[in-house]
Design a protein around this ligand. Structure first.
Ligand SMILES: Nc1ncnc2c1ncn2[C@@H]1O[C@H](COP(=O)(O)OP(=O)(O)OP(=O)(O)O)[C@@H](O)[C@H]1O
Length: 434
């Protein structure tokens, strides 16, 4: 388990009666809807294992109802896992006492939520300093720290405003500042930007990338938006029906999807923007000239095009001064094909010419798997009655514990995310919808 910032092994969260009896029984392998029908239980997180490295941005991505929020809340036991191992910086979180857990949440792991959870009657500076106040830090020091963090997130001058005086994007910056103020080792983000307008959302994504560069914290970021995942994640875990289907870099997910589900997710990703020369390079043929243009191995295909156009020699791909392989124009073009599969041979010209212009749109279209996956999962994903959250630890006195594990706010968020999850597939041009 070593030096991982977060180490999760065989983690389960099953909601419902006698949940622990399901693990290890044949019922554990049932599809979510079948399990619910048979036992009344929901397996929200199913045998999940992953490691997050110190300083890494690790994204958990999945459609609505796939178990992301439950998983991230399990990490600090805001939701109590049913089974599995959980370590943060080598410490066994499942063995922690209530006091140790409070310490963990107050000092070492901060959360940023979609609904900012700001205290309306407190000024921005006091919201940001709230975690420090809970820690017992004096007012002058709190304010000083809060001011410096507010300037880090671009909110200088707003210290004395109240949350309602700020836009949604600014409120989310306050949420970010509040999470950063306690100087945690780990930041957990649960769909923090889902409620923001697209442009503000883009700004906030850039902000997270910048902050990560500046403060270097370990970050776990939950999203249902693949483009957000690809933008932020050094590695991405794809969740489906409570389980992790694949963990990989954006390049690994796009270049070598583990199964059809992941392949469908990444189908519309522009491969030329994600795949690097290292990924597509190969050993030179014996008679191949090696005096072509030289490019670093991490150059993405898109950026290699000018060099490929300028020379008919294969590109020499280098890393640390060593040749790692070559890439020809044919290799470049082959790599941007959406997916390996049968080559579609165009119809003879005279036939095509007779076809009406709309014809191509009427060709059989693969069902967008994102949608079918979504309806399957969200279909069985009944809204959670707020009363059910009673099972979980309830808001406590610190900033993180103030966030309900599940409340009526989350229920509407779930509905909203569901719509957005569906809209994503359409907006990113699923076949036949372009
Ligand atoms: N307190 C609860 N009691 C019973 N079932 C729950 C509870 N919380 C979540 N679930 C169920 O667990 C599954 C996973 O939910 P979860 O909210 O973790 O998914 P998600 O991927 O975060 O989705 P969303 O993006 O919509 O929040 C869903 O089927 C959900 O209905």
């Amino acid at each position: 388990m070593g030096t991982a910032a977060i180490d999760v092994r065989g983690l389960w969260k099953i909601f419902g009666p006698k949940a622990d009896r399901i693990i290890g029984s044949p019922d554990a392998d049932l599809e979510p809807a079948q399990l619910r029908a048979k036992t009344g239980c929901t397996a929200a997180v199913r045998d999940v294992s992953f490691e997050v490295r110190p300083g890494e941005v690790f994204v958990v991505m999945g459609l609505s109802g796939s178990g992301k929020s439950t998983l991230v809340r399990c990490l600090t036991r805001l939701i109590e896992p049913t089974a599995g191992e959980l370590r943060i910086d080598g410490q066994d979180v499942r063995a922690m006492s209530a006091k140790q857990l409070r310490e963990l949440r107050r000092h070492r792991v901060s959360m940023v939520f979609q609904h900012f959870g700001l205290l309306p009657h407190r000024k921005v500076v006091d919201n940001v300093g709230y975690g420090l106040e809970i820690q017992g830090v004096g007012k002058a020091e709190r304010h000083e720290k809060a001011r410096s963090i507010l300037s880090l997130v671009g909110l200088e001058g707003h210290e004395d405003s109240y949350p309602e005086q700020l836009s949604g994007g600014m409120q989310q910056r306050v949420g970010l500042a509040r999470a950063l103020a306690v100087d945690p080792e780990v930041l957990l983000f649960d769909e923090p930007f889902s409620a923001l307008d697209p442009l503000i959302r883009r700004d906030m994504q850039a902000e997270v990338i910048r902050l990560h560069r500046e403060v270097g914290k370990t970050m776990v970021f939950i999203t249902h938006d693949l483009s957000e995942a690809l933008k932020l994640g050094e590695r991405i875990a794809i969740m489906r029906a409570g389980a992790i289907v694949q963990v990989g870099t954006p390049e690994e997910l796009v270049g070598a999807p583990a199964d059809d589900y992941v392949a469908d997710f990444v189908r519309d990703v522009p491969r030329a923007q994600v795949l690097s020369l290292r990924w597509i390079s190969r050993a030179p043929e014996p008679d191949e000239p090696l005096d072509g243009p030289e490019l670093p191995a991490d150059t993405v295909i898109h950026d290699a095009v000018p060099a490929a156009m300028a020379s008919d020699r294969p590109i020499r791909v280098v890393a640390d001064g060593e040749l790692v392989g070559v890439v020809s124009r044919v290799d470049l073009l082959g790599a941007v094909r959406p997916e390996p599969g049968p080559v579609v041979v165009a119809a003879p010209i005279e036939q095509s010419a007779e076809k009406p212009a709309e014809e191509p749109a009427e060709e059989p279209v693969d069902e967008p798997a994102g949608e079918s996956g979504g309806s399957e999962e969200s279909g069985g994903d009944e809204p959670v009655a707020s009363g059910e959250a009673g099972e979980e630890e309830q808001p406590g006195e610190d900033a993180q514990e103030e966030q309900p594990a599940r409340n009526e706010g989350d229920t509407s968020a779930t509905a909203e995310a569901r719509t957005r999850g569906g809209a994503w597939v359409a907006s990113t041009g699923a076949p036949g919808e372009a």
